[in-house]
Design a protein around this ligand. Sequence first.
Ligand code: HEC
Length: 119
Amino acid sequence: MAGGRCWRAMDGRCRARAWSAWVGAVLFAASAVASAAPDLELGRYLSAECVTCHGSASGAPASTIPNIYGRPEQALVEAVRAYRDKTRANAVMQNVAGRLKDEEIEALAAYFATIRRPP
Ligand code: HEC
């Protein structure tokens, strides 16, 4: 039986096989984690559009437009989805949200939840 001999002898070829199986498992686990967590870098990138209206993290608040910094992730996801689904009225935000995919909304929410505009 080849398998049994492999475990007992642990010659070079067997070790190489075990090693590549281990590396494969680690890479698989890493990619699973990456796709499950929202992408902060993507959020930061996409936020450039939002901050032209919602104010920048360092700049003055933009008039009457609500502050969305530090907003809980889930609340922001729900608000943007509501605009996208047109269950929440606002032509401007419906237009902005209409261009966003779910994963982009999640990335934006994760990003805005992590930063607060200075007072
Ligand atoms: C052209 C200007 C403009 C841009 C660009 C814009 N917004 Fe808005 N946003 C608004 C306005 C105006 C409102 C208030 C709408 C209302 O009264 O419902 C708003 C409201 C919101 C709200 C609801 C806030 C609350 O207090 O309930 C969220 C969340 C939001 N925007 C997220 C975003 C995100 C994320 C982006 C970038 C993808 C973005 N906005 C880009 C103008 C803009």
